[in-house]
Every structure is written in structure tokens, then in C-alpha cells.
Design a protein around this ligand. Sequence first.
Ligand code: GDP
Ligand code: GDP
Length: 461
Amino acid sequence: ARKPQSPAAAAAARAEVPPRPGLPVVAIVGRPNVGKSTLVNRIIGRREAIVEERPGVTRDRKEVEAEWNGRAFTLVDTGGWLARGSELDEKVSRQSEQAIASADAILLVVDATTGATEDDDRVARILRGATAPVLVVANKVDGESREHLVWDLLRLGLGDPHPVSALHGRGTGDLLDAVVDALPDEVDDAPGDGPGTDGPPVADADGAVAVAIVGRPNVGKSTLFNRLIGEERAVVHDLAGTTRDSVDTVVETDAGPLRFVDTAGMRRRARTSEGAEYYSLVRALQSVDTADVALLVIDATEGITHQDQRLAERVDAAGCPVVLLLNKWERLDAEARKHVTDDVARRLAFVGEAPVLKISALTGKGVDRLLPTLAGTISQYRRRVPTRRVNEVIGAAQAAQPAPHGARVLYATQGATDPPTFTLFTNKDLAPTYLRYLERTLRDAFDLHQTAVKIRVRRRS
Ligand code: GDP
Ligand code: GDP
């Protein structure tokens, strides 16, 4: 008879048979001996993989079916990752790479008691480019007294670590909640559907930057798009997009490949009325969720409308950096130009220091500045600042202007990019005005004016 199973083992019996095809795949990676097999066993609620006290014992890539809260997924234990070494190690690493490429979510298991090693850093660097969401599992946190060890793992740059003890089951329920959250939304019969919008921004495997062109109907999106394609005179190819029925266009530019998101309606010159509706607000908003940067096109002859404002708010809320394009600029006289410029400052103040370009998509005037501006914005969006520098800047800011009531940032780190996200560990709550002061300081110090910046505060008590 089977032993009583862990709560996570609802599908333990089914795990005896090979996983069903079509399930989302969760890959477990990490260097040998961090506890990957133990974690797999914990999740599926049985002991099958060999666990030994020796590094690198579990060699074979194992696939089992698991389930949590009614959500079934395939768990792939990659059997370890060594970036260099013997032939066997290389084979294992290749298997890990394959698993990563095909995964819907990735668990990077790290031994919290030893902290992040060079090997962990190397793997993390690779994972930062992965399309699938990555969760850092801080394993061997067997008790409260080891909780503080997870801090060191923030420097892997993959977000907040999840402390667990695979051996004792501590924290594994919370981890599985997060795993299920990170999986793409369940699809009925459309395997081509993209990841859910909850995951981190989609970064192309080939490094292409995803650009969404958004704006109300008739502001000039298609005209601009066709001009960009025409002027680049470059390899242009269509690609299945990340949302249902969408088509993306990849354009090779001097600034690297750009993937214009959801461009089906824009390639056609003469569009039907259905085509005009195609880029409705909803559609535009979807494209923003899969983009690294948005071009918000505004018809300058109409000023900043309420709908422009709403779109800008939504783009901003998605954490997507934005470049504002005041189009049809050639039609405005001097007075109108001044009026629109004031309007941007007044009505779109919340997009902060987003670049504003005055262009004519029709004549091409000003369009040449678009690509360099985009490149600058993207590099800020992806900027990574070493932890040491973050702490120096925060330290200096606090010395120059201490927070009221003895509140202090004890330690700070950039936990994520896209957009730059800073985590501040504090002894007390910080006043909102003081947080804004710190944010401003960070933006100034690291030249982060054109991108959203997120600040997270963790109270350490
Ligand atoms: P893998 O080779 O990376 O998959 O690691 P294993 O699962 O084989 O575990 C390596 C060693 O770490 C074994 O001796 C495990 O018993 C031990 N281990 C795994 N998880 C934990 C944990 O949560 N706490 C402690 N203290 N030890 C663990
Ligand atoms: P979309 O609905 O946002 O894709 O807008 P279109 O690209 O179809 O453009 C709508 C209309 O605006 C068309 O008649 C374009 O020729 C015109 N248009 C686009 N850009 C400009 C511009 O820079 N100046 C002027 N005067 N007209 C433009």
C-alpha cells in the first residue's frame, strides 16, 4: 500500500505514467546537490529519484506529472547544471538548456545555506534571458533562523526568492501557489497562445525588442509603421504573434531586430472599416502587455484627447516605457504647436520624462530620431545596477537627507530589470514623500529618466 501522501500529491498515482502531452512544463534547474530531486519528490509526494549525499548523482532528465490546486503540469528535473567540466557535465548542461527553452516556468533551485555561488550566478545570467518566468527557490531554509539567508539571493537578479525546505516541506505550498500563478492561462485548444500577462515582460529569445504602436484610430499608426519598414529597407518578416490571431513584424535595424507587435492591420494600405476597428483600444492594450516599449501615437492636430490620456495611463500602468509621438506636426502653426506642447506637460504629466518626438509620418520629418530614441529608452528599461552602487547611492541620499522618525533603509538591491525594480529593506515604514525622494535620487544616479522604475519596500523587523 502507498504511504500517506503530501498535500501536493493529488496526482501522485498518475505520476507513475508518463506525463500527458500538452501540459505546461515546469523545469527545475540548479547546480548539483542543492536539493532538486528532493524538491521533485516533495512536490509529487513520493521517492523515486535517487538522492545521495554526493554532487551530481541525479543525472537523467526526468519528466513527471504533478498537480497543485487542480492545475496539472509536467515537472522536468534537469538533473543538474554545470557550465563547464567533463563531457558528462556538458551533456547534463545541454539537457538543462533544452528544458529551459521548452519550459513554461523555470525553478532555479539554490542552496540558501551556501548562498549564491559562481555557478549559480552563471545560470542566473542565462535565465535572465529566458522567455518563461523564473522563480528562485531558496532551498534548505529548514527553519525561521535561516530566513535571513534568502537576502543574499536577491543579487541573482531574478526577483524575490521563495524560501523552502524541500526536505521538511516548509514553504513548498506557497512556492507551488506561485508556480501555478506563473503558468500561462489555461487554453482549450490553442497551443499557440502566449504566456499570461502576469509573467515578466516577454523578452525574445533572439533578443528582438518588442514594440507596440498604439493610439486612437486615424492618428497615423499605419502610416508610421509603413514608413519605418520602408526606410529601414531591411529584412522584414511576419511572425505569429503572442496573442491569438495576431501577427508581428520583425524588422532588422541598425539598432538590432525590432519586433512590431500585432501588425496585421497595419501592413495593408487600404483598410476596410473592420480593419479600422481592428486596432481598437482593447487590442492596443493587449499589445502593450507583450511589448518592451510602446510608441504612443497622438494626432497633434486634435490635441491631447481624453482617450489619449487613458491609453497613456494604461501603458504606464503596464510598466512599459513609452515614447510619445506627436504626429501630423507639419499641419500645425506656431501657436498650435505651443498649445499642444503645453497640453502634453499638463495632461500627460504622469508619464514623467518619457521622450516626446514631433513627427510627420506622412512626410517622414522627425522620424529619423525615432530609432535612436527607442534604443536609449530600451537600454534604460533593461539597465542593471550593481548592488554595491545601489547601496552607495541610497546611503549618500540618507546621509544628505535622513528620513523622519529614525526610519532607515538598511539594505537595497535591484531585484529585477524591465523595468528597473529596486527593493529597499527598511527598519520602519518610509513616508511616501521620502520614497519619492529616494526614487528621484536613483533615477538621477543611474540615468533612469525615460523608463518606469518600481520601488518595493520590505520591512525587516
Ligand atoms: P540535487 O542533486 O541538486 O537534486 O540535490 P538532492 O535532492 O540530491 O539533495 C542533495 C542533498 O541535500 C541531499 O543530501 C538532501 O537530503 C539535502 N537536502 C535537500 N533538500 C534539503 C533541505 O530542504 N534541507 C536540508 N537540510 N537538506 C536538504
Ligand atoms: P491609423 O488608424 O492610426 O493607422 O492611421 P492611418 O495611418 O491610417 O492614418 C490616418 C490618416 O492620417 C490617413 O489619411 C493618413 O494619410 C493621415 N496621416 C498619417 N500621418 C500623417 C501626418 O504625419 N500628417 C498628415 N497630414 N496626415 C497624416
